[in-house]
Structure formats: C-alpha cells, structure tokens
Design a protein around this ligand. Sequence first.
Ligand code: 6R9
Length: 658
Amino acid sequence: MSETLENLYSETRQFPPPADLAANANVKAEAYDEADENRQWFWEQQAKRLSWAKPWEQVLDWSNPPFAKWFVGGELNIAYNCVDRHVEAGHGDKVAIHWEGEPGDTRSITYADLLKSVSQAANTLTELGITAGDRVAIYLPMIPEAAVAMLACARIGATHSVVFGGFSVDALSTRIQDADAKLVITADGGYRRGKPSALKPTVDDAVAQCPSIEHVLVVRRTGEDVAWGEKDLWWHETVEQAGDKHEPQAFDSEHPLFILYTSGTTGKPKGILHTTGGYLTQTSYTHNAVFDLKPESDVYWCTADIGWVTGHSYIVYGPLSNGATQVMYEGTPDTPNRGRFWEIVDKYKVTILYTAPTLIRTMMKWGDDIPAKYDLSSLRVLGSVGEPINPEAWMWYRANVGHDNCPIVDTWWQTETGSVMISPLPGVTSTKPGSAMTALPGISADVVDDEARSVPNGGGGFLVLREPWPSMLRTIWGDDQRFIDTYWSRFGKGAGVGEDWIYFAGDGAKKDDDGALWLLGRVDDVMLISGHNISTTEVESALVSHPSVAEAAVVGATDPTTGQAIVAFTIPRGNVDTSGEAGEKLIQELRLHVAKKLGPIAKPRQIMLVAELPKTRSGKIMRRLLKDVAENRSLGDVTTLQDSTVMDLISSGMTSTK
Ligand code: 6R9
C-alpha cells in the first residue's frame, strides 16, 4: 500500500503580478536568495523592524530541540511596538481601526485613542492584581475592546487566552481551567444576524466551574440585562475611569504572549503557546511582505474573528505593529443583506482584503450579481486563508471581487506556525489558481514521502518544515511531551531517524511539475480507495469546477468492495433547480464530471445535495461529522460547530437525495 497521495488534479492557468505592483513591491525576488544564503541573518534583519529595549545576543538557540529560543537575551514590549511608537513617530491622529458594528454603528479609533485605551486597561488589570505571567481569558465579540484587551495583557506581560465568542460553557471552562486563568474579559453580548447575542450567561456558568477566576470584566455592548455577581466589574466603570498613562515595561524575547487552543479531531484541546520577540518579528514581516502593505495609503481588512489565530496575527499583532489602518467588522456577511461585505469595502475604500475560502464559496452561491452592485475598484491585493481554496473559487474571487487584476495570495499556515509560511508574494509570484505556491523567504517547507524523503516535482506526500522559524509554537501549554509527540515524532530525529528535527504539519501536499506547492487537506481526511490515497480537496475542487456547484465536502465512507468509497455533500449554486428528476440528473452529471476531471477512481459512490455544511467558526468543514452521517453513526462531538442545527438539516435530507 502506497502512503503517498495520488496526484489527480492539474492546473495550467497562471497569472503574473501586475507590472505596477511588481515595480513598487515591498519585497522583491532577491529576498528568497538572501534568506537561503543565511537564514538566521535574514530573520535578524526582519527583527530590526521592531523597537527593542535591549538587543538580542543570539538569533536562535536550537541547542535543546524541539524547544526553540529566538532573539535570545533581547527585550521588548509588544504593546509599545503596536501602539506607542506610532504615536511617538507623529502618527497619533492616524486611524488604526475603522470599526463597523453589525447594526450600523461605527467608531474610528486613532493610534492616540488606542494608546489611551490600552494604557487604561493595563492600569485596570494591574489594579485587579494581574501581574506578568498570569493568564487572562478573553471571551468577546468583534469589538475594539477585544484588541485593547489583548494589547493590555501584552503590555503588562500577562498571557492571554482568547476563546471564540460562540463557544459553549464547556469549551470555555475547560480552556480557563487548563490555563488556570485569574480573570475573564467579556461583554454582555454582541450582535449576530441582526439580533443581540448574549455572552455573559455563558461566562457565568463557566466561571461557576472555575475557582481560579477572581474577577470578570464586562464590556457593555448590547445593553441587555445581565445577572450580576460579586466577581463582576463593568469595563466602563473601571477601564474607562482609569489613569491613561502607563509606562510599558520590556519583557524577555521568550516571555509567553498567548495561549490559543486548537481543537484537533481527537483528545482534549491543545493550548498552543506563543512567545514575544520571534512571534512579533514574523507576524510583522509577513504582514508587510505578503500583503505588500503600504501603511500610508492602504486600508486593510481581515474578516477573521479575533478568536482564531488569523485574528491574533493579522488583525492585532501584524497590522498594528506595522502602523496600518484597518477595518474591523462585528457581524455576519448577510446582515442586513448579502452585500454587506462589499458595502464595507466600498465605504472604507478597502485596498487589501483577507478572507477565507468558505466565505468566497458562500458568495459564489449567493450569485455574481451581488458584488457587481458595488464599487470594488479600491481593492489591489486579495488574500485567502484557512483551507485549500478550490481553483474555481479562486477564479471567482479574482473575477468578481478582484476585477481580474488583483493578485491573490493563498496563505498556508497554522495556529502552531503563528504566521504565514507558504504564500505567493504579490509583486513577485506568478500565481496558479488553488496553489499556495512557495515557502516564504526564510522558511523551509518540503513535501516528503513516508520515509521523510523529499518527493520530486509531480509527487505528493506530507507537508513538513525542516528548519525552525521565529513565530513557531514553543510548546503545548503544560504538556511538553504532547508537543514532541504531535509535531516532532513522525519524521527525523524525533522519530529516531537522522540528525535533523522535522516538523510534521499534519497536512497532505503535492509539488506540481514546476515545484509549486498544493495543499491537500488534513492527512486524517485522506481517503483510501482501492489501495489509492486520494485527497478530499482534489475531489471537492473537481465538484466545485462544475457550474452548478458552489461548495462541496467529500469523505471516505467504509465500503465492502473498495475499502472506502467517496461520498460527496454538495451545495448547489443559488439558481440551480434540484427538485425531483432535475436533482437526480444533476447528481449523475456530477459523478461523471468528477470521473472526467480526475479519472474513474475518483468517481463518488454517492452525492448528496445539501443546503449547508457543518463548519467550525474559522470556516473549516468538519468532515468527521459528515463521515458519521455517511456511515450511519450517531454524531460525535459538535461543540465547536458554528451552527449546530446544520447537522439535523443534513441528516434529514439524506434519504431523499441518495
Ligand atoms: C491559519 C489557520 C490550520 C490548518 C492547516 C491546513 C488548513 C490553513 C490553508 C490551509 C490549505 C491554505 N489551512 N490555511 N489549507 N491552504 N491556505 O487556518 O490556522 O485554524 O490552526 O488551521 O488549516 O489544514 O493545517 P488553523
């Protein structure tokens, strides 16, 4: 049985960078060679983007692998780098955040305003007894206070642990307990789908199970009634009344900055730990390089939630360390109508948009006529993150949002990597729809077979990282052994082979004939069909390339003859007739379409037409649950689903579309 992936999909379209963007790009092609010549020297140059209170003595200490230390002996304050220094440089009046509430209320926050709020919050946290090294849980909607709370923690050296505002009591309390947090910062609620959505009751129930919590700091957002206990304090009665001067103290480069939990498919959530100097160096560098950020003229918008790593690195730390002006939006893309995103792009003249494939496919489903109603001509760079982007969704994004001339940067990275690792550079790379292309300068990514041998162009296997990088996770909070077992024991020294430590990312990937990288989804999701390893991503992309399909999720279900068989859940585009015979006809057509694109081995045994797919809050399809449906099992853990009613919809639709 071969363990490497079949290489089924081929793509020949290619788009060079626009000439004017290439001519003025922040990062040019030479960067790759410079970094290849001397990786540590390269990262040392990038660290100079930041303001250090004390210089480092050593770039990288890798004497105790896989535990890395970057910029050893250096000291800096993250909040100073993200806020104060821009004010000191005369940019106090510059807007840091154009915030747009879902009901239409807005706030424009300058760097001077941000300095005031972060200083006040830092003073309040200190008064509440929070000191360097303490953990603070943050459970907030997408309001500016979320960024302020994170920066205030960073300013005083407290380690934040942000938990998605949609997670349940159990998810919140296990994360608080694992981190042993002393304080929770939350809100009465936030706005979602046109209504206030309460948060405080969840916190109350969670805190009842968490004796470590001494105080709960509550932002008033919706004004709805909340129960009030003795640990509770209002943000507006504390932070907003506090002194607005606060002297930032420098912390060691390896001081813990945050813990962020990733759920994974099995076991308890892993608390991914990030530290200070290396993390900020790489988020700042990549935000500048990958988006070609021009802080004086760009308006940047990342649509992620702050509870996802993308919100940490590319709403808070990357953009603010670079002095960017950005948009932050509280709500859902279809409130009050399906044009809300494009209305925001038009209103703030957004130039750089960073979003997820799930949203792009949703917009495809809603129809081309919606973005066409708005003026999107301000856009100049488009980004994608979170999942492989199907080539047809990429093409749709380029044509309907990027007016056929914005480079698309498909950025591969993980909570664990802290910042972007694989991506085109918008002024350098000729992009191919669906490919994340190449590792960034200073990053060593490879695709290997099951014996850690680099696969040749045209081959497929496992994505690995061969060299440590500045924003790498330092460990799993409280569990060094699990850190070693999960990421470092599959290949290389940690697996008892050779001298090198090799990071196992858990993703399947292939190199095309030109050596460009294609991400193929989690290795756990790979299907084994009659002895062939086939990626879910490739079959999904083949389905999405049919004009009637907006979105597809594919799983391998146990099959008596083939071992596993392909079962596809497919969302038709808005205008497609799926009733009765038309639906049956479409299903047959789709099966043939996949066989034609990828070969008969990839032909789905069964296709179901569905209205929605189960997704996490960061938009990743939960194939594990679909597999339960396909194999007629009762559903596993659904606590991290964005919308738990989706599974009822899918299970009940099963029989009629078989
Ligand atoms: C940033 C983030 C990490 C996993 C990762 C991979 C998938 C993310 C991707 C991508 C293909 C991309 N992923 N970006 N797959 N192309 N551009 O998403 O972090 O939530 O920890 O997820 O997401 O499978 O391993 P996280």
